[in-house]
Design a protein around this ligand. Structure first.
Ligand code: NAP
Ligand code: GLV
Length: 315
């Protein structure tokens, strides 16, 4: 009997052989084909693994059972107005994804506390720019917006380094050593306490443009910012204005409304802004294929899948 088809749209068509190899190594009982392969009968497709599928395509796969997002955020899938909402949409939540994000956030926070951008600029100019490094981790409060799969892991890693860690989420959390603030009512108290603010929120209508002047006005002067959520959550002009006004001391941004960040954008050269190219957490294809293969096996056994997108909540 023909095996069910898994269509892949992630990493470009050149990545297909690699996906096929990793799914075979993981023992997945599927035939892995490219998204635009004209020889694939749409009725044979049971699974898809996608990033940014063209709107209107998923609803034309009559036997589709599960949509696997190839990233943790699935906003590039849910923006399809014809998305078949009755089909489970699974977010990529490998343990390695949270580990990588925790490492990136830890690096970003340390680089802000240690003023790494200033040192890199000085080195590029061969300048001995001596300055004293203050403060230490135990004297620094890191506030994490979003304490989900990624945010909770980052919080634990920062705690282990001695940072004071607080978090803000929709619902209250119990994470050892982390003070939890919940909902709109506690947002301003959270913001006022943070010295480094990290955004790990999903892209939803509520979080769109959240990192902008009205929120910055609630922060202490000189708060540092890390955004690893989505570019749609930040107003880049407001961030640059807040940096210039010293409301924000410095920032590390991994995500942008327009990616790649356009040539000549002032963000590229701002002396207190570090730009990284949306690399905070991208598990290798082998890890993602093994994870999806495991979930396909669970689905075939009739088990419920973890980390599914909740259409009512929007993440
Ligand atoms: P998650 O497990 O769904 O966690 C989301 C967190 O945000 C939850 O704690 C949730 O609160 C909170 N939240 C959502 N809406 C909120 C609101 N309006 N007010 C307050 N808190 C709110 O997601 P995740 O796996 O940690 O990933 C988070 C995001 O990181 C993704 O959606 C993606 O955009 C981004 N990401 C970026 C990269 C990168 O490479 N830059 C990689 C992976 C992910 P509750 O817990 O109370 O529900
Ligand atoms: C990357 O941005 C992801 O959502 O996994």
């Amino acid at each position: 009997m023909a095996r069910p088809v898994l269509l892949v749209k992630s990493g470009g068509e050149a990545a297909l052989p690699e996906w096929q190899r990793h799914f075979a190594e993981a023992g997945a009982a599927v035939e892995v084909r490219w998204w635009d392969d004209p020889a694939v009968d749409p009725a044979s497709v049971r699974y898809v693994l996608v990033w940014d599928p063209e709107p209107g395509r998923l609803c034309r796969l009559p036997e589709l059972r599960v949509i696997f997002g190839s990233g943790a955020g699935v906003d590039f899938i849910t923006r399809d107005p014809d998305l078949p909402r009755h089909i489970p949409l699974v977010r990529m939540a490998t343990p390695g994804a949270a580990q990588r994000m925790g490492e990136y956030v830890t690096w970003a926070v340390l680089s802000l506390v240690k003023n790494a951008r200033r040192m890199a600029i000085a080195q590029a100019a061969a300048a001995w720019d001596y300055f004293e490094l203050e403060p230490t981790a135990p004297a620094t409060t890191v506030g994490i917006m979003g304490l989900g799969h990624m945010g909770a892991t980052a919080a634990r890693m920062l705690r282990a380094l001695g940072f004071r860690v607080i978090g803000w989420s929709r619902t209250r959390k119990e994470i050892e050593g982390v003070r939890s603030f919940a909902g709109e009512a506690e947002r301003d108290a959270f913001l006022a306490a943070a010295q480094v603010l990290v955004c790990l929120l999903p892209a939803t209508p509520e979080t769109r443009g959240i990192l902008s002047k009205p929120l910055f006005d609630r922060l202490r002067d000189g708060t540092a910012l890390v955004n690893v959520g989505r570019g749609s959550q930040q107003k880049l002009d407001d961030i640059i204005a807040a940096l210039d006004a010293r409301k924000l001391s410095a920032a590390v941004l991994d995500v942008f409304e327009q990616e790649p960040l356009p040539d000549g954008h002032p963000a590229w050269s701002h002396p207190r802004l570090t730009v990284t190219p949306h690399v905070a957490s991208l598990p290798p294809r082998r890890e993602r294929a093994a994870h999806v293969a495991q979930l396909i096996a669970m689905h075939e056994r009739g088990e419920a899948l973890p980390n599914t997108y909740d259409h009512a909540r929007g993440y």
